[in-house]
Design a binder for this molecule. Structure first.
Ligand SMILES: Nc1ncnc2c1ncn2[C@@H]1O[C@H](COP(=O)(O)OP(=O)(O)OP(=O)(O)O)[C@@H](O)[C@H]1O
Ligand SMILES: [Mg+2]
Length: 425
């Protein structure tokens, strides 16, 4: 019978040693009786060092106090309890957290006999859970910051959009006022100065009819030549201020005149490619296209040091394209310009629902690409251009000088200009 008991005890110990959780048994005085291998390993201490003691030489006084308190409560309450507790581990040289179950066992007289304890080391799980919680908290904090930043960004972008709209409206207003002022100045120059020059010319015409002295006749003729030059300058200034050519003859003719003047003044070779037919375009659109081409040419003259300039006007899917290229030094890289020309061009195009881009696209010089939506009605009158301008040789310029040879599509406008010059000449 006794050998059976020992045999059973040995089997029980074997089984306990196979279990992966710490199992130990205390007597009614909380003295260690049995410990399995997992417990020895987890605490880093052999059973031989604890057996028969309450463990006070191994655990801290504070931990001992809690262990004993719990043991007595379990015995006196006669219940199995599960709780978390901290215990010292020599293996880890630190305190660990265990999930412990304590079950009281009573003898035949119903007196406390043993305490069976099972402890699972949950330190790593706890640490992982704490890390997860911390990560979650940090994630939530980051999400809150992100939400705040997103709402701040959205407020800022709304503000920027509003300011852009205000700025565009202001730019358009300033450009409109400037155009109106230039147009009024041009009208005044045309009406006031023009009539004075014409009047003077007529008086000298009459004077020359009465004069007989050859030297005086020569003087009058010289004065008339000067008057003619003044008249040409006046016409030029008027066109610089406000492109009456644009109003009278349309965009193609205005661009011809513009590049003719440009070629004449700068000696640059300019190539103009126009659509096959004259275009009838809304005035605000053709004025914008003309002004932008004018600013591009001014920029090329000022900054590019180009020897060749090209302007191409084409119509695609109801959009007017104006592409202006030069073979100059190109836009400076990473330099913030204090100028307003490019900004003005971009805003002008944007205000009309189009776009304007200027870049060093092809590696040499610059390419400016203007796109404007426009109601375009091609007039079935072939354009006479698509030619190079080593100097001012435009059809229009020729027509202005010799009105009788003006082409049919320029006839109306040319005759207006020609009459004035005829009177002066
Ligand atoms: N065709 C070009 N070739 C080389 N650089 C150019 C050309 N067009 C513009 N730039 C550069 O871009 C800058 C900005 O041009 P923008 O027309 O805005 O100003 P600006 O001509 O300097 O002054 P503003 O037009 O106000 O009189 C210029 O200062 C110049 O450095
Ligand atoms: Mg400029």
């Amino acid at each position: 019978m006794d050998s059976n008991i020992f045999h059973n005890l040995a089997i029980t110990e074997e089984i306990l040693d196979l279990l992966p959780v710490s199992i130990f048994v205390k007597d009614a005085q909380s003295r260690f009786q049995i410990m399995n291998k997992a417990c020895e390993e987890s605490w880093g201490i052999p059973l031989s060092a604890l057996q028969g003691t309450d463990g006070s030489h191994f655990f801290s006084a504070e931990q001992m106090h809690r262990f004993l308190e719990k043991d007595q409560a379990v015995f006196s309450n006669r219940v199995t309890v599960e709780f978390e507790e901290s215990f010292w581990s020599a293996k880890f040289d630190s305190n660990r957290i265990g999930l412990t179950t304590k079950k009281p066992i009573y003898d035949a007289c119903n007196q406390p006999a043993f305490l069976v304890c099972i402890t699972k080391d949950i330190t790593d799980i706890k640490t992982a859970m704490r890390d997860i919680l911390q990560a979650e908290t940090e994630l939530q904090a980051a999400a809150t910051v992100e939400r705040e930043m997103a709402s701040q960004n959205s407020r800022l972008s709304q503000e920027i959009t509003k300011r852009n709209i205000d700025l565009s409206a202001l730019t358009a207003h300033v450009q409109k006022i400037s155009e109106e002022e230039k147009a009024s100045l041009a009208r005044e120059l045309h009406d006031e100065l023009g009539s004075i020059l014409v009047g003077l010319n007529m008086k000298f015409e009459r004077l020359s009819e009465k004069l007989v002295a050859a030297d005086l006749l020569q003087d009058v003729s010289d004065i008339q030549k000067l008057l003619s030059e003044a008249c040409a300058i006046k016409a030029n200034v008027i066109n610089q201020l406000y492109p009456t050519i644009l109003e009278n003859f349309g965009l193609n003719a205005a661009l011809e005149w513009l590049i003719g003047e440009y070629a004449k003044n700068t000696g640059t070779e300019v190539k103009l490619i126009l659509p096959q037919h004259e275009l009838v375009i809304d005035h605000p659109v053709s004025l914008a296209a003309y002004r932008i081409a004018q600013e591009c040419l001014t920029n090329i003259a000022k900054h590019a040091q180009a020897s060749k300039v090209g302007i191409e006007v084409k119509v695609c899917d109801g959009l007017l394209h104006v592409v202006i290229t030069d073979n100059g030094k190109g836009l400076p890289v990473g330099e913030n310009s204090a100028g307003h020309g490019i900004f003005g061009m971009v805003e002008r195009a944007r205000f009309l629902g189009g776009s304007m881009e200027i870049s060093n696209e092809h590696g040499i010089g610059t390419t400016a690409h203007l796109i404007l939506p426009a109601a375009i009605f091609p007039e079935k009158i072939p354009t006479k251009s698509n030619q190079s301008y080593p100097a001012c040789s435009s059809l229009l310029a020729a027509a202005v000088k010799k009105p009788n040879r003006a082409t049919s599509h320029l006839q109306k406008g040319v005759s207006v200009v020609a009459r004035k010059s005829k009177k002066i000449n």
